[in-house]
Design a protein around this ligand. Structure first.
Ligand code: IMP
Ligand code: MG
Length: 200
């Protein structure tokens, strides 16, 4: 393992490591403390937004001691086409496995950019009468908000660049990196990477 906690060299498409594994771990630990403080012993369902929140929800959930009633569920949305910008069109691909009615629900999302994905999820889940509904995001990218969204728990302030790693992808690549990194701009030029449809 090298200084970035990753075996092997960094991909040459990566411009900079914005947050290393230690910085992410510290942010996730703080998020868990804030959530536990607010729950005050109440049961909770963490609803992870696939695929980007995969590592966040896994790490976050393991901060709760066994006496806490913490459940995990998932949903999946698609909000990105082939570009590095949200199309604005959000589609529910997979719903939660359990009903959220009457439960304390926390949406666990990787990153908020224009806010349309989160607005869609908050509106949809709120309409199902949860006991409470809160939102936890790893990264806040407030530079291009199209709608105002309320975020209860923010892990890190994202730089104004496209971020990959720790669950976040560009065209389904880079999710497995243990750090959060920005990519060289040439990566976004047509044909630099094979086209793929990004989900979550
Ligand atoms: P929004 O609808 O623009 O707020 O985008 C939210 C979704 O787009 C996130 O859940 C991510 O899946 C994706 N997204 C937005 N910004 C980034 C980024 O910088 N890197 C990777 N995915 C992103
Ligand atoms: Mg996402």
């Amino acid at each position: 393992m090298n200084a970035t906690n990753h075996p092997g060299p960094m991909p040459d498409t990566i411009a900079a490591i914005e947050f290393d594994a230690a910085a992410i771990a510290a942010a996730v630990a703080r998020l868990a403390r804030e959530i536990r403080r607010d729950l005050a012993g109440e049961p909770v369902v963490l609803v992870g937004v696939l695929k980007g929140a995969l590592f966040l929800i896994a790490d976050l959930a393991r901060h709760f001691p066994p006496e806490d009633d913490v459940r995990i569920d998932f949903l999946a949305v698609s909000s990105y086409g082939n570009a590095d910008r949200s199309s604005g069109e959000v589609r529910l691909l997979e719903d939660t496995s359990e009903s959220v009615e009457g439960k304390n629900v926390i949406i666990v999302e990787d990153i908020v950019d224009n806010g349309l994905t989160l607005q869609y999820l908050q509106t949809m889940l709120a309409s199902r009468n949860p006991a409470s509904l809160r939102t936890c995001v790893l990264l806040d990218k407030p530079y291009r908000r199209a709608v105002t969204v309320h975020i209860d728990y923010v892990g890190l302030q994202s730089p104004d660049t496209f971020i990959v790693g720790y669950g976040l992808d560009y065209q389904e690549k880079y999710r497995t990196l243990p750090y959060l990194a920005s990519l060289h701009t040439w990566v976004f030029e047509a044909g630099a990477l094979p086209a793929a449809k990004g989900i979550g």
